[in-house]
Design a binder for this molecule. Structure first.
Ligand code: PRP
Ligand code: URA
Length: 209
């Protein structure tokens, strides 16, 4: 799938493997998720445009580069997306943050929207939608549709782990949106959980198991 990118960096893979372990409690889960998010942010920003500038060091003038592209907006999908926010903000501290609240109906597996608060200038920003889980893809697809309705044109989706079904949903609904994952797993089970996955991300982050 052309728009799906797996981030193979050894540190991302190592920490993600630790995170999957069911014995990891909420404190360590949050810490690992934050570290992985920071590393993923580092990887997905490697092609961001730069421009040359001059800077005066204590010794002489040096040529250097600074970021030159659109300003960034981070869009965590509540709740679990919040677990990826602080790691990303550590690398992109000037980003504005918009929140989209969606939960997946346990019967229909369809996303239900309950909150949306976005920066006013999403149309002019590069938006990074973050959510650890891309299962059916319904939640991420709905969040991206909502952002496009507000005028957003430049959107990236960053999830920790996806199922083939979720990746296909984003490819079908939003072929313009690149998807970055630490892992693409085997399948969904009958309850719409990713197999092998990591369980319920929101519950593991917030200790509501
Ligand atoms: C989880 C996860 C995604 C969604 C993925 O959220 O954080 O948002 O499920 O599933 P999908 O791809 O099939 O839509 P959940 O609905 O459990 O809500 P929570 O984050 O509040 O726990
Ligand atoms: N949401 C989760 O938190 N985990 C899954 O495996 C699927 C959806």
């Amino acid at each position: 799938m052309s728009n799906i990118h797996i981030l193979e960096h050894p540190l991302i893979q190592h920490k993600f493997t630790l995170l999957r372990d069911k014995a990891v409690g909420a404190k360590d889960f949050r810490e690992l998720l934050s570290e992985i998010s920071m590393l993923m942010a580092y990887e997905i920003t490697r092609d961001f445009p730069t421009k040359e500038v001059e800077v005066e060091t204590p010794v002489a003038v040096a040529k250097g580069k600074v970021l030159a592209g659109k300003k960034v907006g981070l869009i965590p999908i509540l709740r679990a997306g919040l677990g990826m926010l602080d790691g990303m903000l550590r690398l992109i501290p000037a980003a504005k943050v918009g929140h989209v609240g969606l939960y997946r109906d346990p019967e229909t597996l369809k996303p239900v929207e309950y909150y949306c608060k976005l920066p006013t200038d999403v149309a002019n920003r590069k938006l990074i939608v973050v959510d650890p889980m891309l299962a059916t893809g319904g939640s991420a697809s709905a969040a991206i549709t909502l952002l496009k309705e507000k005028g957003a044109k430049d959107i990236i989706l960053m999830c920790l782990v996806g199922a083939p079904e979720g990746a296909a949903t984003i490819q079908r609904d939003h072929p313009d949106v690149p998807v970055y994952l630490a892992a693409l797993d085997e399948r969904l089970n009958d309850h719409g959980y990713i197999v092998p996955g990591l369980g319920d991300a929101g519950d593991r982050i917030f200790g509501t198991l």
